[in-house]
Design a protein around this ligand. Structure first.
Ligand code: FAD
Length: 306
C-alpha cells in the first residue's frame, strides 16, 4: 500500500508527489493525462523565477523532476471511485484498485461546455476550447468567442491577430473582463462584441461548423452568424463528478479544503484547481500541492499506528 497516493498529474499533483517522496513516504501518482492543463498552454510568463516558458516544456520539467524521486507514476489511468476500507481504496476505470493510507486529490479542472445542440457533433470540427492550441487552424476565417470574461477577451485579442474577424458573444449585460483587456479588444478593428446574447445552437453542414444562432436577450429576437469556428470560453469545471457524495464539495463542485489541504474526510487531502482556492494558477496549484502533501505527512505521523 502507498503512504500517499496522488490523483492527478498537473502542477498540484507533481508538487505533492515530490514533497511526499522527499519525506521518505511511499508515493504514487495516478494521472489521466500527465501535465494537466499546462500541456494545453502555450506561453507562460508568470511562473515566478522563469521569465518565459511554454506549456509542453514546463510539463517535461515537471515530469523529469518527479522522476528524480522514487514515485510510482501510473499515467493514462483514470480514478473513478474512492472508499475507505481500513485503508483508502482508489478504483480505476481499468478495473484495478490501489490502496493507500492517505489520498491527495489534484484532478484539476476542464473547459465548461455550452450544452447547446451541435456542440458535441462539431467538437474538433470548428468547436474549440483552446485558442492557443487551435487558433492557427482558423487563419483568415471568421470565428466567434463565447464568453466575455478575461479568458474570452484574451482569446478574442489573440485570435484577432490571426483570423479575419472575431465576434464575442457575452450572455450578460456587461463584459466581465478587466478594463485593460476590454480597451485593447475595442481598439482592434476586427472584433465585434455582442452582449446579452444567449447562444442557442451550433450550425454546420454535417462536416464542419458554418455558424451559430443566438437569441438577443433584450429583444427576444433570434439571429444567425456565419462562422468557421467557435471558441468556448465560459469557465472551468472541477473534475469531481466521481467524488460527489464522497467528499464535501461547494455548489460549483469544488472540493472544500482547510488550511492544510484536508477535505471533509480525515486522511483525504486536495490541492490545486479542483479545490475551492479562489485563484487558479500554476504557481498557486504547486504551492497548494506542497502544502497538502505536508498536511498528509502531518496526518501520517499522528496516525501511524492505524
Ligand atoms: P490540472 O492542471 O488541471 O491537472 C489535473 C490532473 O488531473 C491532470 O493530470 C488530469 O489528467 C488528472 N485527472 C483529472 N481527473 C482524473 C481522474 N479521475 N483520475 C486520474 N487523473 C485525473 N496558469 C498560470 O499560472 N499561468 C498561465 O499562463 C496559465 N495559462 C493557462 C492557459 C490555459 C489555456 C489554461 C487551460 C490554463 C492556464 N493556466 C495558467 C492555469 C493553470 O494551467 C492551472 O491553474 C493549473 O494547471 C492547475 O493545476 P492542477 O494540478 O490543479 O490541475
Amino acid at each position: 500500500a502507498f503512504d500517499v497516493l496522488v490523483v492527478g498529474g498537473g502542477p498540484a499533483g507533481a508538487a505533492a508527489a515530490i514533497y511526499a517522496a522527499r519525506k521518505g513516504l511511499v508515493t504514487g501518482i495516478v494521472a489521466d493525462k500527465f501535465g494537466g492543463q499546462v500541456a494545453e498552454t502555450v506561453g507562460i510568463e508568470n511562473f515566478i523565477s522563469v521569465s518565459k516558458t511554454e506549456g509542453p516544456k514546463l510539463v517535461a520539467n515537471l515530469e523529469s523532476h518527479v522522476h528524480d524521486y522514487d514515485v510510482d507514476i501510473m499515467a493514462n489511468q483514470k480514478a473513478n471511485t474512492l472508499v475507505k476500507e481500513g485503508l483508502f481504496k482508489l478504483g480505476l476505470e481499468s478495473g484495478a484498485s490501489l490502496s493507500s493510507k492517505t489520498i491527495l486529490l489534484a484532478t484539476g479542472a476542464r473547459w465548461r461546455e455550452m450544452n447547446v445542440p451541435g456542440e458535441q457533433e462539431y467538437r474538433g470540427k470548428g468547436v474549440a476550447y483552446c485558442p492557443h492550441c487551435d487558433g492557427p487552424l482558423f487563419k483568415g476565417k471568421r470565428v466567434a468567442v463565447i464568453g466575455g470574461g478575461n479568458s474570452g477577451i484574451e482569446a478574442a485579442i489573440d485570435l484577432a491577430n490571426l483570423v479575419e474577424h472575431v465576434t464575442v458573444l457575452e450572455f450578460d449585460v456587461n463584459l466581465r473582463a478587466d478594463e485593460v483587456l476590454q480597451r485593447k479588444a475595442k481598439s482592434m478593428g476586427n472584433i465585434t462584441i455582442i452582449t446579452q446574447a444567449m447562444t442557442t445552437k451550433v450550425l454546420g453542414d454535417g462536416k464542419r461548423v458554418t455558424g451559430l444562432s443566438y437569441t438577443d436577450r433584450k429583444s427576444g429576437e433570434s439571429h444567425e452568424v456565419t462562422l468557421a469556428g467557435i471558441f468556448v470560453q465560459i469557465g472551468l469545471v472541477p473534475n469531481t463528478e466521481w467524488l460527489r457524495g464522497v467528499v464535501e464539495l461547494t455548489e460549483r463542485g469544488e472540493i472544500i479544503v482547510d488550511a492544510k489541504g484536508q477535505t471533509s474526510i480525515p486522511g483525504v487531502f486536495a490541492a490545486g484547481d479542483v479545490t475551492n482556492v479562489p485563484f487558479k494558477q500554476i504557481i498557486i496549484a504547486m504551492g497548494s500541492g506542497a502544502s497538502a502533501s505536508l498536511g498528509a505527512f502531518d496526518y501520517l505521523i499522528r496516525h501511524s499506528d492505524e
